[in-house]
Every structure is written in structure tokens, then in C-alpha cells.
Write a protein that binds this ligand. Sequence first.
Ligand code: SER
Length: 318
Amino acid sequence: MAKVLIIGAVGQIGSDLTVALRKKHGADNVVASTRKTEFPLEIKDGGPCEYFDVQDKDATMKVMKKYGIDMVYQLASLLSATGEKNPDLAFQINLLGLKNSLDAARECGVKRFFWPSSIAAFGPTTPRERTPQRTVLEPSTMYGVTKVAGELLCQYYFNKYGLDIRSVRYPGLISWKAEPGGGTTDYSVAIYYDAIKHGSYKCFVGPQTVLPMMYMPDAIRGTVELMDAPSEKLTVRTSYNLAAISFSAKELADEVARHIAGFTCTYEPDSRQKIADSWPKSIDDSQARKDWNWKHEYDLSKMSVDMIANLKVKLGKK
Ligand code: SER
């Protein structure tokens, strides 16, 4: 049975992934870690938990050795908008943190390693429609810079040291369990919260803004499927393009209005608009579909039904 460590377990992805991996591998075999001070109860009561900072390689190695970890999901990251407020910290956590954990993993004999890249690896010079797997990578944010460098670092460690690292470029992720923090695609989550709580939402990108998005259950299943795929099937060792749905902010607002009577959306673009405009509108993920049979399940409507039902319970608005 694999012994799994999730670094950054209380972030947007980790909160869902930790629960899924504990079901898959057995609760005692999945260690959740964070540098923050609190675990949500579901994670705290669900299995082993550790506090350490990904910038601290010794602390990372101590936990890997304590549990005999052989599989790592390294999710610790500052997102794009927060990264623009504090580029130095984004560099430290996103890139040096990745290098620390790759080195720790190598020294502790970890067999398989997952690290998330993002559509933020692309930039204004990248083709924006059906963005290919191999294309121009000239991001305009520090977050994107760390993603491009991180992808190359992962490929380097695979080629040089044989560490079996797997990665995807996630689109904007939409989920109800944990809110994202400081991302450019956060409006696609916040709109559901505000629709349920207040019946209205002020969107920080304009109505015509189109970005690639994905519902979290698809992202979690895809991640686990990639980690389960036979190594010889994988032809990309930087990071796989991964896609599900693309829609404009207005199409999203119209969909929310179909479920929540009287919902209204206004638009007041801020500095995040420029970041959104530098990212692709849609992604060609045919390599992932070919190599490890990636397939999304949720479209905008199916996602909205599930999202709203779960959020109503969470927010006590049933
Ligand atoms: N969702 C992230 C962000 O908006 C992109 O990976 O920063």
C-alpha cells in the first residue's frame, strides 16, 4: 500500500484531494500537511496531519522519513493575483519550495511525485484558442514564471534522477469545499457563493472574458488517473495540458441565473483582467486524452447543479 504525503493539503485542491486519497489508499496511509495553523476538521479527524513549511527541506524530509513516504502530491503554492502582490514570496514558495521537496523526495526514496502547473504557464504570446501542448511559454506573472520553471525542473529531475514526476496544467478550478485564495479565476467560484448569499455578484473581469475551467471532481479524478497511469504511457514530463469547459463570465452568470431566480451580475474589471487576458481561452488536451485516457465529465450546467446543491448545504441555505 502506498504511503502518501500531501503538501499543501488545506488549499483549494488539497481539501478535496486529501479526502479522495484517504478513501483510495486508506486514511492512515495519507499524511496531510500545511504550514498554516489550522486543519479543517474533516482533514484533521480523517488521518495523520503534520505542520511544516515547504521552504524547510529538513522538516520536509523528517516527515517523509517518519511515515516512509513513497508518493508525494506537492500542492503548496501562492496563486496568480497574490503572487503579483508578493512576487518574492511566490518565487520562494512556488519554485524554491518545489525544488526543496523534489530534493527531499529524491533523498528519501520517493517513487512517484505530483506537482500542479497551470494555464498561467502561458502568456500573451501564446496562441489563445485550443492552445497546443507544446507552444510559446512567456507568462507575464511571477506565478506563471514559477510554473514554467517548475515544469522544466520536474522534467529535469525525471531525466537526470529518474524521479517519476507527473504534472498537469490545470485550468481554473471550481469547487465548493475550500475557496481558492488570490487566483485570477476565483470569480468563477465567488459568483456561486454570492449568488446564494446575496442574489448578486460584482465580477472582477469583464463579461466577455473567456477562460478554460474545470469542476473539482473532474480535476481530482484526472489527477489520480494520471498518478495511476503506467509510466511508459506518459510522453510529457513537463506538464500535460488538461481541459474541460470554456465559457465567458457572462455565460457563467446566465447559467447561475437559470438556477437562482433574480440573480444579477455586474462587472467591474480590476488588475486581474490583464492577467486573464494573457491566458488561453481554450486548451488542446488531446495528448492527455491519448496517453492516459483523460476525459472530463462535467459541463457548465451539470457542474452548476452540483455546485449550487452542495454550497446551499454548506452555507445553511437549504
Ligand atoms: N486558478 C489559478 C489562478 O487563477 C490559475 O492556475 O491563479
